[in-house]
Ligand binder design. Structure first.
Ligand SMILES: Nc1ncnc2c1ncn2[C@@H]1O[C@H](COP(=O)(O)OP(=O)(O)O)[C@@H](O)[C@H]1O
Ligand SMILES: CC(=O)N[C@@H](CCC(=O)OP(=O)(O)O)C(=O)O
Length: 292
């Protein structure tokens, strides 16, 4: 018998219980700028998203694009500064952020999904007032903290068979304001408001690592707090796990931090017994190794 056929059959039989379990599930996927890679990697990501939709899930993509914003700011000779993992954003910067995220990056992802046979629609936090923000911290300028979420537009899109692709740019409480929102923060707020079944945070490491550099596959909020306290979790991973904790608190069933550069990252996480990356949830059931 053909070897590939056996591998496919094994994969399918392993995936089947998950396929049934995830029918109708809302899965928010945050696709970070560092995880995006070249056109082939983008196509790979798009194939995963289309497959999720085809098997009856409701994928919702929230993207970043920090490196692409950096490239354009550099071309324009505008300097950027970072405070606690967020870009200090003045008026000129927020205009570039909106152009790059809502324009270039959003449409590249929409096009990639559509090229794979999906029906993606690109919006930002501004559309239908999806995400309304206040200034996060005066020191950061036009960086937004979501204070009001109106996710009906997202439900309307996936209920119509469409795949929402959301840029983390938001409107302000006051008229005529535009805010730059950290991609992880936006994905967490959207997942929380949707009471999503899963939030997948695609990044450029295999997961949350312990002091020995090994990926921790299961974490509770208490574990995360202890790892931040002793300095094991640092830098860009801090806003990521904080987003995860907030999302779990708001009712997201599980958050997984996973390497988006690996082929089929979303599918490996969702459809295999071992999963991928680090799963954060409030309690860890003992049913399977990943408790899913
Ligand atoms: N305990 C840890 N486990 C894994 N990564 C960590 C940890 N502490 C800090 N990091 C850093 O966090 C980074 C991920 O954050 P970031 O670069 O902001 O990701 P992204 O660009 O995908 O949003 C990793 O590349 C790693 O350098
Ligand atoms: C406030 C803030 O820092 N916003 C981010 C938005 C993009 C983002 O989050 O992109 P990644 O997911 O690729 O890092 C920025 O300006 O870069």
């Amino acid at each position: 018998m053909d070897r590939d056929w056996i591998a496919t059959a094994r994969t399918l039989s392993e995936a089947l219980p998950y396929l049934q379990r995830y029918t109708g599930a809302v899965v928010v996927v945050k696709f970070g700028g560092n995880a995006m890679g070249d056109d082939e990697a983008m196509a790979e990501f798009a194939r995963d998203i289309v497959l999720m939709r085809q098997v009856g899930m409701n994928p919702v993509v929230v993207h970043g694009g920090g490196p692409m914003i950096n490239d354009m700011l550099k071309k324009l000779g505008i300097e950027s500064e970072w405070v606690r993992g967020k870009r200090v954003t003045d008026k000129a910067t927020v205009e570039v952020v909106e152009m790059i995220l809502s324009g270039l990056v959003n449409k590249r992802i929409v096009q990639a999904i559509n090229d794979q046979g999906g029906r993606a629609v690109g919006i930002s936090g501004k559309d239908d007032d999806l995400m309304v923000c206040e200034a996060d911290d005066p020191e950061l300028g036009f960086v937004g903290r979501p204070v009001e979420m109106n996710v009906q537009i997202v439900r309307d899109l996936y209920n119509a068979g469409l795949i929402p692709v959301i840029a983390p740019v938001a409107t302000g409480v006051a008229d005529n304001e535009t805010f730059n929102v950290n991609g992880d923060t936006a994905a967490g707020a959207i997942a929380g408001a949707l009471q999503a079944d899963r939030l997948l945070l695609l990044t450029d490491v295999a997961g949350v690592k312990n002091k020995q550099g090994e990926v921790i596959t299961q974490l509770t909020p208490e574990d995360v707090a202890a790892l931040i306290e002793d300095g094991t979790i640092a830098g860009g991973m801090i806003p990521k796990v904080e987003t995860a904790l907030q999302a779990v608190k708001e009712g997201v069933r599980a958050v997984v931090i996973v390497d988006g550069r690996v082929a089929n990252a979303c599918l490996l996480e969702l459809f295999t017994e071992h999963g991928a990356g680090s799963m954060i949830r409030s309690t860890i059931p003992r049913v399977t190794p990943r408790g899913r």
